[in-house]
Ligand binder design. Structure first.
Ligand code: ATP
Ligand code: FE
Length: 335
């Protein structure tokens, strides 16, 4: 089975070819333009997708060493994401499937972030069902009970900002370029996580909230820079380390609660923020200390990529779960 996956939900145009779940190619064109604006500008994103989509798909097929006629099906991100961006991938996938007369398969992007764990990869174990999925990304923060490939249930989520958004917005306050998540992570490694204290939000059950943390960061920086205009510059690594420490604690404490409630101690993380070294280390520790089984994705399958779309396509192909070519993109798409 050869599946072409196409991802265009946000600011990355990506295409990947899988053969029986194994990666043959995984191409991505990242849009640099948004750095200047400190965030993704939807109109610019969809225009860049239009420019990138043909070359990226072409490269993915060429690098896979196959011809497009060899493809068994085309999987694409239907949502959630930016409407204009999704439309580019959706329309392209539809026309290509029609032209090649092969099945079309729609994919939910958040489901894909979790099912990325099923990409065939040496040295990586696939989770066994049921497991808890924690999607931490630029637009989502969810704890998901994954009963089977396509039987997923959200049991906790953020009531306001996503965790990646908290990283990016606080990074902006620290005058870091967009996206600030990976940069904060890098600085955090060198800093003292106990240098400053940020309040942990008090949210019920398995839900999250990150807007309070953002506000407390804002006031904290205002207060300190009033006293010392060079405060950020002089304390950057400690601020980053303390901020990241707070986030890791919030996530781990909710995960512990979820494990207790569900009696499931297999935990898989996914989404861009699962690249974070603090979260990875903390999870590895729980494996040792609490006897959990944790699944941490390979680095390149954390942030947006098309291999995760193609692997969902692979499993839907096995189920013969195909999509009609009258399908349209879905900006808000819950599974
Ligand atoms: P969604 O998947 O919810 O639609 P998205 O696709 O925009 O959102 P992803 O590509 O999954 O999000 O993740 C991007 C986010 O991950 C950004 O907010 C970025 O700052 C964050 N991120 C990436 N690497 C790291 C890291 N090492 N530490 C913290 N955050 C990170
Ligand atoms: Fe994503």
């Amino acid at each position: 089975i050869y599946i072409l996956g196409i991802e265009s939900s946000c600011d990355d145009t990506a295409a990947s070819v899988l053969h029986n779940g194994k990666i043959l190619s995984n191409e991505i064109a990242t849009q640099k333009i948004h750095e200047e604006y400190g965030g993704v500008v939807p109109e610019l994103a969809s225009r860049a997708h239009q420019q990138n989509i043909v070359p990226v798909i072409h490269q993915a097929i060429e690098k896979a060493g196959i011809k497009k006629e060899d493809l068994s099906a085309i999987a694409f991100t239907r949502g959630p994401g930016l409407m204009g961006s999704l439309l580019v991938g959706t329309s392209f996938a539809k026309s290509m499937a029609m032209a090649l007369e092969i099945p079309l398969i729609e994919v939910n992007h958040m489901q894909a972030h979790l099912l990325a764990h099923f990409i065939e990869e040496d040295g990586f174990e696939k989770p066994t069902f049921p497991f808890l999925g924690m999607t931490i990304s630029g637009g989502h923060t969810q704890i998901v009970k994954v009963n089977d490939y396509f039987k997923m249930e959200v049991i906790g989520e953020t009531l306001d900002d996503a965790v990646g958004e908290a990283f990016d917005k606080c990074g902006k306050m620290l005058e870091l370029p967009y996206p600030a998540g990976p940069i904060i992570d890098k600085y955090a490694k060198e800093g003292n996580p106990k240098a400053f204290q940020f309040p942990k939000p008090n949210v019920k059950d398995l839900d999250f909230s990150f807007s309070g943390l953002k506000t407390s960061m804002l006031y904290f920086l205002q207060r300190e820079t009033e006293k010392n205009p060079n405060f950020i510059e002089e304390n950057l690594i400690d601020i980053c380390a303390s901020f990241q420490y707070t986030i890791v604690n919030i996530i781990l404490s909710k995960l512990k609660k979820a494990v207790k409630q569900t009696h499931i101690n297999r935990v898989a993380i996914g989404g861009g923020v699962s690249a974070n070294s603090g979260i990875r280390e903390a999870l590895q520790k729980t494996e040792k200390n609490l006897g959990w089984k944790t699944y941490i994705p390979k680095f390149e399958y954390t942030t947006d990529n098309a291999a995760m779309i193609a692997i969902v396509g692979h499993y839907k192909y096995l189920n013969q779960d195909f999509t009609d070519t009258s399908v349209s993109a879905k900006s808000r798409y819950r599974f």
